[in-house]
Design a protein around this ligand. Sequence first.
Ligand code: KG4
Ligand code: ZN
Length: 360
Amino acid sequence: MTDTLTILGLESSCDDTAAAIVRVGDGPARILAQTVQGQGQLHAAFGGVVPEIAARAHAEKLDLCVAEVLRASGLGLRDMDAIAVTAGPGLIGGVISGVMCAKGLAAGAGLPLIGVNHLAGHALTPRLTDGADYLYLMLLVSGGHCQFLRVDGAQQFTRLGGTIDDAPGEAFDKTARLLGLPQPGGPAVEAEAKLGDPARYAFPRPLLDRPGCDMSFSGLKTALLRTRDAAMQDRGGLTVQDRADLCAGFQAAVRDVLAEKTRRALAAHPDLRLLAVAGGVAANQAIRDGLMQVAHDAGARFLAPPLALCTDNAAMIAYAGAELFRLGQRDDMTLAARPRWPLDSSSPAMLGSGRKGAKA
Ligand code: KG4
Ligand code: ZN
């Protein structure tokens, strides 16, 4: 890279409204300012994200987020080289809110507009955080996505496998609901699991008997429900220890599936010498440890970005926008919001879809 680029990024594809300003140049990329406004409280009473509520909240918050990052960075729109925005995949109302906001900013300030695939934002995060070189293996694991990607470039992704039904984060959230733990379920289940015995209840390791890197997590949710009901029937309720043991058993099953499928992906693609993870589930220490061990055994490097950049954020969108800008991408007022937008259009479509819709 030669010239410095300063990009304003917007993200609104699910339940986080985010803006960030990222500068890329000769040295490492720098996040000059960023903000993420979650919507947890707006959706708490409904047990999941309500798309219409999310879209309205994005429309209300986006310009405030933009004003906040401009203020925090001490920059104005005139200092930007382009506006990058998540144009999909995601909840369509939220994506439209972001795209409309970005179009308004770009038209008003006379700046180029760049539509970014949200999944590309996640997949390029190791380049933003650690300056990782192409090529690498990305495991994206969150509430809405779960896939292995071979990343050759900012527009070159090959999906090596993924979930055929639910995303792991969705299974963590369901487990928490079934055990009376708060949302989002991942951190709550992880905290319980620390106190539990993973060997007490037997959970399946779905699809390990099949070759390849595809995964399945919906059966684990059913297994958790059945095991919980059986335990309750035996003793007329769940003890604190029962709950911790259920969490530990469930988490160990997810960890084992992700670790084994990652081992296979690295073994099948010996040219992939770097394993990087992203997505909320990558915040789970037991899962990180499992993946780190797999990378170590395969002689590969392991990269896990800081939690704030694993989960949804706009810095990854601004950074991906910078790479796309360098490659010559320019969008105009015809830029469309896409609820579905696979990164690798040559791969067959996945069978199932996650809580937040099929994201790839
Ligand atoms: O990437 P993210 O913030 O949003 C999208 O889904 O795009 O991921 C959120 C998901 C939720 O399902 C949440 O329960 C899960 O990531 N999660 C975790 C942990 N922290 C968040 N799952 C397991 N262990 C955690 N520590
Ligand atoms: Zn995401």
